[in-house]
Design a protein around this ligand. Structure first.
Ligand SMILES: *Cc1c(COP(=O)(O)O)cnc(C)c1O
Length: 426
């Protein structure tokens, strides 16, 4: 069977396929650059593993308290090596990105301290962690205040505003690298470095934390290399490489990581406890695969940007911009288009391709959200997935793809659904 017929069998028409091929042809050079970054980061991870002397014994399971879990300790060393931190907390007991961020924040903040976000509103789920939206158990309830300085209209830092927002109570600054569910630009590692340098100039002892979700391995450097004291992310996004079935990481300065560990387990116990339950091998192997998986996801994001830009939809980042995370936002302008797009992503999945997603109320989000994911790991967004909050401007956030070919199929299928509904003409 010819390749065209393989696609036809999956439901992709000849017109949509040809539109895709034309677009892909123009992206050759960019894809080469992505492969070069993946090669660099692959060497980085292998070096980190060799330096920590990863061995087969580290894949063994522990249970109960998990005292002397060699694999867990070496995995944390590998994360510290990879991301140039002094120490790391990498645990299946960090249940999600939000949980890892919550542990890092509440471990390092005390009553009377102030938390500052100099890059505007943080990710939706953090609003309740911080208490921006009143919530039981928020940092606000524990007497931690919050201040925010928005980005300027052109997306740059409001240095004057930031300077005025920092005072004696400012203890921790949280910097979100990725745009998340927003249409602001994602921050490059270089930009994050400039911001941290400015903040440390105002107040050298302030802890700078970066929410690195979706950013890992997109560039050759990470925020911990440009002054971040703490860097936090989810293992069911980039660094888990699709194999991690659960987990989060906190990497950085030894004292900051340690304070987080006393919050995750208990004061006095810290990193000494926490069984890995046989998950170590997946966490090691996922990290090993992560640079190439991220490369595939990036190609998918750039492909999507170019497809939808040609059809007249606003896309962030645009088709030619440099990339600092794996998320692609496409403003589809109507609820119908958002639903059709997500149903296309779902229909291209290896798992649950036959179900059609619908918008739904989700805990932590303030509007109904439609989520498409036919994933091996529930909610994994390093796997091909799309989410769209059902509110203006009706944008979808598309990310992931364990292989470039699957990401490509997903985008073609989304386009097919939009064409079938008469929303676009190709
Ligand atoms: C995904 C994400 C989070 C939260 O992670 P969950 O695993 O969904 O809880 C936080 N910040 C950013 C920027 C994210 O992309």
């Amino acid at each position: 069977m010819e390749l065209e017929q393989m696609y036809e069998q999956l439901g992709i028409s000849k017109r949509v396929l040809e539109f895709g091929w034309e677009t892909e042809k123009k992206l050759k050079e960019r894809f080469e650059k992505i492969d070069q970054t993946a090669e660099y980061n692959q060497m980085k991870v292998i070096h980190a593993m060799q330096k920590a002397q990863v061995s087969e014994i580290h894949f063994a399971a522990t249970t109960g308290y998990g005292y002397n879990d060699l694999g867990r300790d070496v995995l944390e060393q590998v994360y510290a090596n990879t991301f140039f931190g002094e120490d790391a907390l990498v645990r299946p007991q960090l249940m999600s990105g939000t949980h890892a961020l919550c542990v890092a924040l509440s471990g390092n903040l005390r009553p009377g301290d102030e938390l500052l976000s100099p890059v505007g509103k943080p990710y939706d789920t953090l609003e309740e962690v911080i208490g921006i939206r009143d919530s039981v158990g928020s940092l606000k309830e524990y007497g931690v205040t919050y201040r925010q300085v928005d980005l300027l209209p052109d997306g740059s830092f409001d240095y004057e505003g930031i300077k005025h927002a920092i005072h004696e109570k400012t203890k921790l600054v949280t910097i979100q690298r990725s745009k998340g569910y927003d249409t602001r630009p994602t921050l490059s590692v270089e930009k994050i470095g400039e911001l941290i340098a400015f903040i440390k100039q105002q107040k050298p002892d302030v802890i700078c934390m970066v929410d690195n979700c979706y950013g890992e391995f997109v560039e050759r450097t990470e925020p911990t290399q440009v002054g971040a004291d703490l860097m936090v992310g989810s293992l069911i996004k980039n660094p888990g490489g699709g194999l991690a079935p659960i987990g989060g990481y906190i990497v950085g300065r030894k004292d900051c990581v340690e304070r987080a560990s006393f919050r995750l387990s208990a004061p006095g116990l810290g990193k000494e406890i926490g069984a890995s339950l046989g998950l170590n091998q997946s966490l090691f192997q996922g990290l090993f695969l992560a640079p190439t998986v991220v490369a595939g996801a990036l190609k998918g994001a750039i492909f999507a940007a170019n497809i939808y830009e040609q059809l007249g939809f606003p896309v962030v980042p645009n088709g030619t911009e440099s990339r600092h995370d794996i998320i692609q936002a496409v403003t589809l302008k109507t609820p119908e288009a958002v639903i059709a797009f997500c149903q296309g992503i779902q229909a291209a999945a290896p798992v649950d391709s036959y179900v059609a997603p619908e918008p739904w109320e989700m805990p932590g989000y303030d509007a109904p959200v439609i989520m498409a994911a036919g994933a091996f790991v529930q909610g994994s967004s390093i796997e091909l997935s799309a989410d769209g909050p059902m509110k203006e401007p009706y944008a979808v956030y598309f990310q992931g793809g364990l292989t470039w070919y699957h990401a490509k199929l997903g985008i073609l299928m989304s386009l097919q659904k939009l064409a079938d509904k008469g929303i676009v003409r190709v």
